[in-house]
Design a protein around this ligand. Sequence first.
Ligand code: SIN
Ligand code: MN
Length: 200
Amino acid sequence: MALLRIRGFEVHKSYLDPAAQTALVAALRPVLKAAPLFSPKVPGGGQMSVRMTSAGQFGWYSDASGYRYAETHPRGRAWPAIPEPVLAIWRDLTGLERDPECCLLNYYGEGAKMGLHQDKDEADFSFPVVSISLGDDGLFRIGGQRRGGKTDSLWLNSGDVVVMGGDARLTYHGVDRTRFKSSRLLPKGGRINLTLRVVT
Ligand code: SIN
Ligand code: MN
């Protein structure tokens, strides 16, 4: 385990050992069964290359009319609860009494990526966002508080956890690419990223 600080983000390398990663994937299986992955549309038209779903009271959602949190999966059912081992990571790294209300699960299949963006659909930016990486390596890019300007990149590997909080809560970030099938954690390959957010 090693802690790096990059542009205000705390990067906990290898926070989860291989056994903990396997246990976490097992805990996510019922979530994926109850709330299947879907491909969100984006406001400008078009579709995100990641597939996603959520657990918790709220799920992050996007369609032609914009980005928001929704209380139900697109198929109409409430989102499943956030698994305990996921909450344990949040509690350990943030030390907060308050639990997250959304665990967004992004799945990066071959060729999927995510453009630079801020996480700003939440009501209170004093709470951090905690990001957990599982499966294939992802090239994570970190910018500043505004669009444009210099960025730094680092590879996030399976088991790494990033805390995006404090002055860096609104820092631009994205995933340029993954190394498809670089990990054998997920039987069909791919990368899962979980982001935990306090929403209201
Ligand atoms: C996100 O910003 O929602 C995802 C970040 C990641 O996949 O590492
Ligand atoms: Mn984000």
